[in-house]
Design a binder for this molecule. Structure first.
Ligand code: C5P
Ligand code: ZN
Length: 473
């Protein structure tokens, strides 16, 4: 109860922070929206751009992999009256102000400590809320969009996109459902009839995949004898008495409640027989989010599938395609996004195969793999997260990949349990990267950096000792 009141208080505080920048934004007419190239960044930009559009304001979106000096140059050169940074910017407040930009920053990454103040800085960390679990970049952007609404509640439908961003940033992972200010926004979206939530199976592809494929791709937990084995999944489901379909394969959404219940019971029983712990098996069930305005059986109907579709555009340099989808294109941009999704899926499968073949090196407090040129630096973080299925969960995992510019990208992923034991990857990566001449940041459970390639060993040693310290304190 007290926790509820605390969250409501933080929500109100952030809404209050949005009021005066919203009024300033409405007075301008040459706006630049700068955002990040992932699902959360795309939905953040789409939420703000839609709100600006509904106000009749002129805007231009721009996307960056990270807000480095080159990106800051491009932003400054644009010559906008006002720049709205979404899902990035909190780590660069000093640089934004040093360039004399009139800026509103709506982000959820850990803010860097600095003296400078932009026109407005909206970030859950500033009101004592955690930006990794309690509010996403898209949620922060939604609060700004709400303040921009022409009539009270007229932008509440955009809460659905905020849920896609939050799920894309895996903010529901720790508890199996969205919590904190995210949950507040979920309730707003639900009241607006834009999104619904319920307990369901957490496997990927409930809307679009044949049910046996959905099972075959189950990675968390890894189900021995089923995961990765199509024939075994087909045989297993037939034995359970689930009709798989003929001409048209049946998807999870096509199954009756009774069939769904037998599916879950059979998978849990099989998991227990294979020695998988209850804790792991519990991850098979959780809350899922349905976008009520979208057509059933499409990626857009389910928050998790939607976010993967968006990653498949933005992480490959096609953020514009994803943005158009978020802003309502169900024609060319949507088809193009679906095509990119096919490629993304096979890249992830190949990435995981590579990790399995090359193996993961274990140090005292961390573990890592180096993908070299074999995995794109923009998706190596996703592969790192997925690699926990074959890695030890008692250490965070680091992944290296070469960037197109010749730098070395590092992506780090932890687990909730490690965070509870003191792990803070954002802090470790930003310090260790800075120590070797790179830049990094992010969240306690997922962070990234770019460092000079020759500094890899030194960086690993620094990370190993810093993570060791975090976990022992
Ligand atoms: O790139 P990757 O997926 O590993 O990023 C993980 C998180 O770290 C993201 O939220 C990203 O915005 C953040 N990050 C950062 N600074 C970097 C690289 C990543 O804040 N240089
Ligand atoms: Zn984000």
């Amino acid at each position: 109860m007290q926790e509820c009141q605390e969250i409501a208080g933080k929500f109100r505080e952030l809404c209050e922070l949005c009021k005066s920048p919203a009024e300033e934004i409405k007075k301008k007419n040459n706006l630049l929206v700068v955002s990040h190239v992932d699902a959360d960044g795309l939905t953040s930009a789409a939420i703000v751009c839609t709100a600006l559009d509904r106000c009749g304001l002129d805007f231009q979106p721009k996307f960056f992999r990270q807000l480095d000096e080159a990106a800051m140059d491009a932003v400054a050169d644009h010559g906008a009256d006002l720049v709205i940074f979404t899902d990035l910017g909190s780590g660069m407040i000093q640089q934004i102000c040093d360039r004399g930009l009139l800026a509103v920053v709506a982000d959820h990454h850990k803010p860097a400590i600095c003296e400078a103040r932009p026109l407005a800085h909206i970030n859950p960390h500033l009101v004592g809320a955690d930006g990794a679990t309690q509010l996403s970049g898209s949620g922060t952007s939604f609060l700004l969009a709400r303040a921009l609404a022409n009539a009270p509640g007229s932008n509440d439908d955009l809460a659905a996109l905020a849920m896609v961003g939050a799920v894309g940033d895996l903010q529901d992972m720790a508890h199996g459902h969205l919590v904190g200010i995210n949950r507040h926004i979920l309730e707003i979206g639900s009241l607006a009839g834009a999104v619904s939530f319920s307990r369901d199976i957490k496997l990927f592809g409930r809307q679009t995949r044949p049910v046996y494929k959905m099972l075959e791709y189950c990675q968390d937990p890894y189900l021995p004898g089923l995961s990765g084995n199509e024939d075994a999944c087909i045989a297993f489901l037939k034995e359970v008495g689930i009709r798989l379909g003929g001409e048209k394969w049946r998807r999870w959404i096509d199954l009756s409640q009774v069939e769904k219940a037998s599916f879950v019971t059979a998978v849990l029983r099989k998991g227990l027989r294979s020695g998988i712990s209850n804790v792991k098996l519990e991850r098979l069930i959780g809350e899922v989010y349905v976008l009520l305005g979208e057509q059933e059986g499409t990626e857009l109907r389910d928050a998790s599938e939607y976010s993967t579709l968006l990653n498949a555009t933005a992480r490959y340099g096609h953020a514009g395609v994803g943005l158009q989808v978020c802003m309502g294109d169900r024609d060319r941009a949507f088809s193009e996004a679906q095509r990119l999704l096919g490629q993304h899926r096979s890249n992830l499968v190949n990435g995981l195969k590579l990790v399995r073949e090359r193996g993961i090196t274990t140090l005292k407090s961390i573990q890592y793999f180096d993908a070299g040129d074999a995995i794109l630096d923009t998706i190596v973080g996703i592969v790192a997260g997925m690699s926990f299925q074959m890695a030890d969960r008692s250490r965070p995992i680091l992944a290296f990949a070469r960037t197109a510019e010749g730098g070395l990208k590092v992506s780090a992923r932890g687990t909730r349990d490690l965070v509870r034991s003191g792990l803070d990857l954002a802090d470790a990566l930003s310090r260790c990267a800075r120590a070797v001449g790179g830049v990094g940041g992010g969240h306690n459970v997922a962070a990234g950096a770019t460092i000079p390639p020759q500094a890899k060993e030194e960086f690993l040693a620094l990370m190993d000792s810093m993570v060791g310290l975090q976990l022992s304190s």
